[in-house]
Design a protein around this ligand. Structure first.
Ligand code: NIG
Ligand code: FE
Length: 422
């Protein structure tokens, strides 16, 4: 099976396979090939170039494509990599949405047994089969919105059995959908009520009872901790990250969402976390900690928007030379949407990032933040053929500008058409 997309107005984010992330001022550049073609075969990107050179492409001629799509007036993007989601959850939490409108804060809702604890109760009462069915609807939804790789966290189980149940559902999604799925163990998402005054005992349970089983059943790729005021401390986070590293699980930390002094960024960098995420309450200390590190700062503008949090200092971070990734944080409490195109628009409008900067942030840099930038996140020969074709657009910047329009026409995963909207 091979597929040729021809007459592409703009082939976006073409690059060299060796580029694994893009930092600072380079983020304002995106290689875009005009009047281009893209040839996919065996689930991989086989070749691409200018339409003027297509006759000289022996790959295309020798193989003879089995399917041809004309993309005149349209753009082709590498699929979004959404490096931070919690899309396996039971039910929904729109009553808390109304509480928030009435004036309660995220922390006040959590203190009343709402928030993560509420989702944990719902998940406990939901069978593994039903949890899979609910989650499959969401993954199908985000695929149709252009996502070709997604990281999914546990963290609504908060006890060994329910955490394992979540991780098995993530594994089943991985097996049944053609997107790339990475799984993150987030046992330390909240302190369960039965450990209310014994937080450290719960941390012990995460370290001694959960991590070893999860690692032996190969149910997780990464490990996460909600390191913030009212949740887990820097010390807890350090202990959990160290325990994870012993089993080859690298960290992806929830950091600096609620408190400037939570120390999540510094702790993440100290334990070589792959990413530190949220960062709404961060400043020069966090920028200094991240400079020169291998940790990807990841912003979640959907959560800041939905909860009315201050916006993280994206401009200052990029201007200081840092790379940035953007992700959806798709979850029932702080960001009930996995729409990465909307995340791009929020990045532009709220974080003052340029269209090119948000493109880098939702493709190659978010691929890095989930450990897959060698195979995903750009149009490079040999990478996985996950791309989408837009509707006709006048320019590249039109894509995040038209923030409410569905501009995704055709989704292609592993070189095959997954869905077509017109
Ligand atoms: O990333 N901040 C912690 N965890 C999630 C929220 C989870 C929830 O409210 O259910 C987040 O925003
Ligand atoms: Fe999150």
């Amino acid at each position: 099976m091979s597929l040729l997309i021809k007459n592409i107005d703009g082939l976006v984010q073409t690059g060299d396979k060796s580029v694994l992330k893009i930092c600072g001022p380079d983020m304002s550049k995106v290689n875009t090939l005009r009047n281009a073609y893209l040839f996919l075969k065996g689930g991989k990107i086989r070749s691409f170039g200018s339409m003027n050179d297509i006759d000289n492409d022996t790959e295309v001629h020798n193989e003879g494509p089995t399917e041809v799509i004309d993309a005149s007036g349209k753009y082709v993007f590498p699929s979004f990599c959404d490096s931070h989601t919690h899309l396996v959850y039971a039910g929904s939490r729109e009553t808390e949405f109304t509480d928030k409108i009435r004036g309660l804060s995220y922390e006040e809702i959590a203190e009343r047994g709402g928030g993560i604890i509420n989702s944990a109760k719902l998940l406990h009462d939901t069978s593994e089969e039903d949890l899979y069915v609910q989650s499959a609807v969401r993954i199908n939804e985000i695929i149709n919105m252009g996502t070709g790789a997604v990281e999914i966290k546990s963290g609504y189980g908060l006890n060994p059995d329910d955490e394992l149940k979540m991780l098995r559902v993530i594994r089943k999604l991985k097996e049944n959908f053609p997107v790339e799925v990475k799984s993150t163990f987030l046992g330390a998402h909240a302190v369960p009520p039965e450990f209310r005054d014994r937080r450290e005992d719960y941390v012990d349970q995460v370290i001694n009872e959960m991590i070893p089983v999860i690692a032996s059943e190969e149910l997780a790729d990464y490990i996460d901790v909600f390191c913030d005021r009212g949740f887990f401390t820097m010390e807890d986070t350090g202990r959990i990250l160290m325990a994870g590293l012993k089993y080859g699980l690298r960290g992806k930390i929830h950091a600096n969402e609620l408190d400037f002094n939570s120390g999540g960024v510094q702790t993440g960098v100290r334990y070589q976390a792959l990413s530190v995420d949220h960062l709404e309450r961060s400043g020069q200390n966090e920028i200094d900690a991240l400079s020169g590190s291998e940790t990807m700062p990841t912003l979640l503008p959907g959560a800041a928007f939905f909860l009315g949090l201050p916006d993280p200092p994206a401009r200052r971070m990029i201007d200081s030379g840092l790379p940035l990734a953007l992700a959806s944080d798709y979850n029932p409490g702080s960001s009930p949407s996995g729409n990465m195109k909307l995340i791009m628009s929020l990045g532009c409008v709220r974080l003052r990032m340029l269209p090119e900067e948000v493109i880098n942030a939702v493709t190659i840099n978010s691929a890095y933040a989930m450990g897959i930038s060698e195979t995903h996140g750009s149009i490079a020969v040999g990478k996985v053929a996950n791309v989408f074709i837009t509707r006709e657009m006048p320019s590249l910047a039109f894509f995040p500008y038209a923030y409410g329009s569905d501009l995704i026409d055709t989704v292609i995963l592993k070189g095959e058409v997954y869905s077509k909207s017109s």
